[in-house]
Design a protein around this ligand. Structure first.
Ligand code: GLN
Length: 285
């Protein structure tokens, strides 16, 4: 079988199984087997696959047909311009979360212009996507990243090493803000916010493979958001800001919750590129 034939037949198999973007997925899987980029595959269309390569491809296609997410099969995912290692212990970073990073960077830069070095915390860091992106963009900042899951923190640690920011990110295990050793100037968190009733409607890729602990937010999805707000007193420096990623339809409730804890906070909600309110930013008074 040549590369071209392998691409075509893999694409067809995935397409018949109802997997979206089947031809791109075929390129990713074959590229992974051969250690080639998607474009490189087209420079040698007539090269033959060895039997070891074909077997490996079949194995990966089988996993994808079982609905394992491609990011777990490849062991990586692109986020905010960098490649991150991911495995089944961490949520796969979503493009929407790039908005969280962007808004966090805006606030952090404003704050560092005013006061110099700042301390920021990424809570529920998972694979470290947000913390690593912040550390790379904010060379002056001290970054803390917490997660309750030890296996997730090992993934975050690998990503800190991969992007040479291990010395600048302190990884801490524990519940939300609890492990922070000192108050911070900014908290950023993509906590679980999926409502109990929404679980059934998620794709099999998410439901059967991504860690429920990173997704499930209880009855109205806001258990962890309530919890982090309760933990904030004493853990934020004067005038600190925090940014929370939220799900569809949660902006009003989250804004009201923030208001009860921080009546003087300046709160703004930002929609993601799909028009869904996705990030709530609060600057405490
Ligand atoms: N956006 C994710 C999803 O739709 C949920 C992420 C989260 O709960 N923090 O699956």
């Amino acid at each position: 079988m040549t590369l071209n034939q392998a691409l075509r037949s893999t694409g067809q198999t995935l397409h018949r199984a109802g997997i979206p973007d089947a031809s791109i997925e075929a390129e990713l899987l074959l590229g992974h087997v051969l250690g080639m980029s998607r474009t490189q595959l087209y420079t040698e269309p007539d090269r033959s696959l060895t039997s070891v390569e074909s077997d490996r491809l079949l194995g990966l296609v089988g996993r994808r047909l079982d609905r394992e997410p491609t990011a777990y099969i490849l062991g990586k995912c692109g986020f905010y311009g960098i490649d991150l290692y991911v495995n089944c212990h961490t949520l796969i970073p979503r493009p929407e979360t790039e908005l969280l990073v962007e808004k966090a960077l805006e606030l952090a830069r404003r704050r560092s212009r005013a006061q110099g070095q700042i301390a920021v915390a990424d809570i529920g860091t998972g694979c470290g996507a947000v913390a690593v992106s912040l550390a790379l963009a904010l060379p002056q900042a001290r970054v803390f990243a917490t997660d309750v899951s030890a296996p997730a923190l090992r993934v975050a640690e690998a990503n800190c090493r991969r992007h040479a920011v291990s010395g600048r990110i302190e990884l801490l295990q524990g519940s939300l803000l609890e492990p922070l050793p000192e108050p911070v100037d900014m908290v950023v968190a993509n906590l679980p916010y999926v409502r109990n009733g929404e679980f059934e409607g998620l794709s099999p890729e998410i439901r059967a493979f991504e860690p429920e602990i990173a997704l499930a937010g209880g009855e109205d999805g806001l258990d962890k958001i309530r919890h982090i707000l309760e933990q904030m007193p004493g853990r934020l420096n004067r005038g600190a800001g925090f940014l929370l990623e939220i799900g569809q339809g949660q902006a009003d409730t989250v804004t009201a919750l923030i208001n009860t804890h921080f009546p003087r906070a300046d709160i703004e909600v930002f929609p993601d590129p799909g028009g869904i309110d996705r990030v709530v930013r609060a600057i405490t008074g």
